[in-house]
Design a protein around this ligand. Structure first.
Ligand code: B12
Ligand code: SF4
Ligand code: SF4
Length: 306
């Protein structure tokens, strides 16, 4: 019933896990933090125990219902030399859009199953979203560290409902990366430091969105013209040949955004930014953050001779 309703609400895949301690992830998260791969994302240091055990986050939790929400689109910006914005940020901010659908699913469970207790999350709390989706059989975690679904690739947001309801769990599936290393080879900043391990502090997504200070000069010429986020390790992934156009009207990019030229980006005023990105995830970097990124791209262009 839950899975059928999730699909009706627009989620592409839904899987279930028992709410328990993430034993396999614990040493990996600890190591990642120890090696400072979170850079300045100090929020990743908080709530270590809760991040690994949903029962500490949601008292009485019995199950984790993981959900994938597709954001892939076949649309492309018109001007290939314009600074690039990651696909996930082309429409309205996914936190609000997906949360709305999640609440509807929680209401459905309450009406049809009973007065359950629980909480809804989408990239909004100390929860290892990918680990739960993997445990729930929605895909495997690839060498680029994203969750990949065998039928439709990785351009998904991951959300979950953590509930005090006992449900039949699904099992994990196997890893289908095989001998491929396309993402590792293509990463412009060599942020995939070993298979399955992304050094967040080197990732363009971190440098353009999360980092509040200046972008270190060592990334000069390596940003591949990305002004907000980066899609390279997903674009090159062979499993993303199976990605399908999303059907969420709120993720539809504005034509003005797709038509922007290199000059329009670099001359963008605060008024234009506010109008274009009113409800967008770009609000996270803000106008000043975007300007910093554009300036870095402008002044630290790749040497045309190599
Ligand atoms: C912090 C964060 C970032 C950081 C750090 C990235 C990272 N890989 O952790 C930065 C800012 C760089 C980032 C970038 C992006 N992010 Co982000 N991010 C998060 C966040 C908030 C936490 C992730 C986390 O816990 N990292 C901690 C480290 C330890 O985890 P990990 O890297 O996944 O490490 C695991 C694996 O490496 C594995 N592992 C380690 N060693 C080994 C060895 C073997 C043999 C194996 C099999 C596995 C394995 O175990 C680790 C623990 O589970 C989540 C939301 C959430 N609450 O979960 C979103 C999230 C992961 N991000 C997401 C997205 C979409 C992105 C971007 C694609 C955005 C963009 N286009 O710019 C990029 C992708 C970059 C990349 N290749 O990872 C989605 C991923 C969806 C998906 N299909 O997987 C999430 C889940 C948000 C959401 N709810 O939808 N992100
Ligand atoms: S998002 Fe870009 S910079 Fe980050 S790991 Fe993937 S390819 Fe590298
Ligand atoms: S590009 Fe290849 S190695 Fe990287 S995640 Fe995709 S299948 Fe795995």
């Amino acid at each position: 019933m839950i899975k059928r309703e999730a699909q009706r609400l627009g989620f592409s895949f839904c899987g279930i896990s028992k709410a328990e301690f993430l034993e396999e992830e614990a040493p990996r998260l600890e190591q990642w933090l120890k090696e400072k791969m979170h850079g300045e994302m100090s929020y990743m240091e908080n709530h270590f125990d809760k991040r690994l055990d949903p029962r500490l986050l949601v008292p009485g939790a019995k199950s984790v219902i993981s959900l994938l929400f597709n954001y892939y689109t076949t649309k492309e910006p018109i001007n290939s030399d314009a600074p690039k914005i990651s696909k996930y940020a082309w429409g309205e901010d996914y936190h609000h859009v997906v949360k709305g659908h999640l609440r509807s699913l929680a209401d459905f469970i309450k009406i049809n199953i009973g007065d359950i207790d629980g909480r809804a999350f989408v990239d909004s709390a100390p929860v290892l979203d990918k680990a739960w989706a993997k445990k729930s059989g929605l895909g495997w975690i690839g060498k680029n560290s994203n969750l990949i679904n065998k039928e439709q690739g990785s351009f998904f947001f991951i959300a979950e409902l953590i509930v005090d309801l006992e449900l039949e769990p699904d099992g994990p599936i196997k890893d289908y990366c095989g001998t491929c290393t396309a993402c590792i080879d293509a990463c412009p900043t060599e942020a995939i430091v070993s298979p399955y391990v992304v050094d967040g502090s080197k990732c363009i997504s971190y440098l353009t969105i999360e980092l509040k200070n200046s972008i270190p000069i060592s990334f000069e010429g390596k940003m591949d013209n990305w002004a907000f986020g980066c899609d390279v390790c997903q674009d090159v992934c062979p499993w993303n040949r199976f990605s399908k156009q999303h059907s969420e009207p709120l993720f539809q990019p504005k034509d003005t955004l797709m038509d922007m030229t290199h000059e329009q980006w670099h001359d963008i005023s605060e008024e234009v930014f506010q109008a274009l990105f009113k409800r967008s995830a770009l609000k996270r970097s803000g106008y000043e953050g975007l300007k910093r990124n554009l300036k870095f791209l402008g002044t630290h262009k790749k040497n045309p001779d190599g």
